[in-house]
Design a protein. Sequence first.
Length: 119
Amino acid sequence: MVRFMMKCSFIAIVLLVGVLIGMQQANEGMKKMRGYDDPSLQGAFTVTNTNPGEIEASVLGQKVTSHDIDEKQKQLEEVEAFNFFSMVGRKLGDTVSAVFEMIMVELSDGIGKAIEKIG
């Protein structure tokens, strides 16, 4: 099942990259066909250096900057600060681990006592 999911993910990534490359090639073809550079025709993926050390990227017309990524990371941290299902899952996992640990300790003690009686 894991191999199947990995293969599907790999195929989806390859197809997505292929679509982006195809869109970029179609854009280049449109520019060549017109004979001049039209600012309304944007590439599928562009990267520009705005300031030293700062890179601005554009994917399908939407600008993405490092500041946007930092803001999204902060939002995710705030949302994850209180995630009810994560907390419940963690508590449930800890409880199940503690129960199985007690069962294993009792079994090992029982087996140890049985071996002492035999020996």
